[in-house]
Design a protein around this ligand. Structure first.
Ligand SMILES: Cc1cc2nc3c(=O)[nH]c(=O)nc-3n(C[C@H](O)[C@H](O)[C@H](O)COP(=O)(O)O)c2cc1C
Length: 328
């Protein structure tokens, strides 16, 4: 039986399968179910600052409150206590499970990132994933200002906590490798490729816009894992579109330390973890690998560049035009 252990963001995982942030990992019971099914770690449902503004019942249109009171509630009065129920779930889960528990936060107010981070660490979280969503929409907002947001958040959070942190990224970044390096230099130990979103669409009869579930792009994550693995001081996890053990093998060969999976478990139940682990183990046995490190990153740009004069197998991470593919 091959050894499936892996190290991700300074945490030792018994295998590379992480149940991604979702309602599957929202409660202590859910986290226990993930462990029982064989997961190597869990990322908890994100704590969204905006969720508390809604749950806290203080919408913008609440004119019954003085603006100062509203500001106070928003900036701390309410939000200071907001993640309390999630912290309780973490505390409960820590008594029951031994796999690493990675909390996840998404804030809009800069002072709340470190505050929420501190609270989840106190509750016992083993790591923290920063779900930073900063879609650049202002034409006068430069790439460097955009990148600086990430770095600031990480630095502020690092001042408050000692547990390892990772950043879940979006693909709409002008130089992803550069941002990844900056994140790593600021202290981010893990990078997650990529976040998953609702996507806009238009009803041409009603002439209205609406949101629909986006499609995770497995190959987009594969490209960036392959290009960035082992070239920045952070471990990578690939998230999106993994539907079988083959997807896990591919991401590991490209250089990921772990994978984050969600939709498959909604479709097939958490017992799918067992099947994925069996598939991964059998593939490793067949290819005579006794540990993940024996092959992790073998098809990354970094390894290929070191072992070949040209780009070797990494060539395909670069290809974006059709010309060569069709003229073969
Ligand atoms: C129902 C559902 C809820 C999710 N909630 C969150 C969330 O709170 N925070 C987050 O960072 N990602 C969230 N995600 C995204 C997942 O964590 C993960 O990145 C993505 O679903 C992985 O792709 P896959 O579903 O193809 O495996 C959610 C996904 C789903 C399907």
């Amino acid at each position: 039986m091959p050894d499936l252990k892996t190290n991700y963001m300074g945490l030792e995982l018994k295998n590379p399968i992480i149940v991604a942030s979702s309602d599957l990992s929202k409660t202590a019971e859910g986290i226990k179910r993930c462990e029982d099914a064989g997961a190597g770690a869990v990322v908890l449902k994100s704590i969204f600052e905006e969720q508390f503004l809604v749950e806290g019942d203080i919408p913008d249109t609440d004119y019954s409150m003085y603006p100062e009171a509203l500001d106070y509630m928003r900036s701390g009065g309410l939000l200071e206590y907001a993640p309390a129920h999630i912290c309780k779930e973490i505390e409960e889960a820590k008594k029951e499970v031994s796999i690493p528990i990675i909390a996840s936060i998404n804030c809009q107010t800069s002072s709340l990132w470190p505050r929420f981070a501190h609270q989840v660490q106190e509750a016992g979280a083993d790591g923290l994933e920063l779900n930073i969503y900063d879609l650049p929409i202002d034409p006068s907002y430069s790439c460097s200002s955009h990148d600086a947001q990430y770095v600031n958040i990480i630095k502020e959070v690092k001042k408050e906590i000692s547990i390892p942190i990772s950043v879940k990224l979006i693909p709409q970044i002008s130089s992803l490798p550069y941002l990844c390096r900056q994140v790593a230099e600021a202290g981010g130990q893990g990078l997650v490729f990529f976040n998953w979103f609702l996507e806009p669409d238009i009803d041409i009869e009603k002439k209205t816009t609406y949101s629909r579930k986006g499609k995770a792009n497995f190959n987009q994550a594969l490209r960036w894992v392959g290009l960035i693995a082992d070239r920045v001081e952070a471990d990578l996890s690939a998230s999106g579109g993994i539907r079988g053990y083959e997807g896990i093998v591919k991401q590991l060969l490209a250089g990921a330390a772990a994978v984050q999976i969600c939709s498959l478990f909604y479709q097939k139940g958490l017992q799918a973890i067992g099947e994925l682990l069996e598939g991964l183990s059998s593939w490793m046995e067949e290819h005579r690998y006794s540990s993940i490190e024996d092959f992790r990153g073998d098809l990354s740009f970094k390894k290929q560049e070191l072992s070949f004069r040209d780009l070797g197998e990494a060539n395909n991470y670069f290809r974006a035009q059709y010309l060569k593919v069709y003229s073969k």
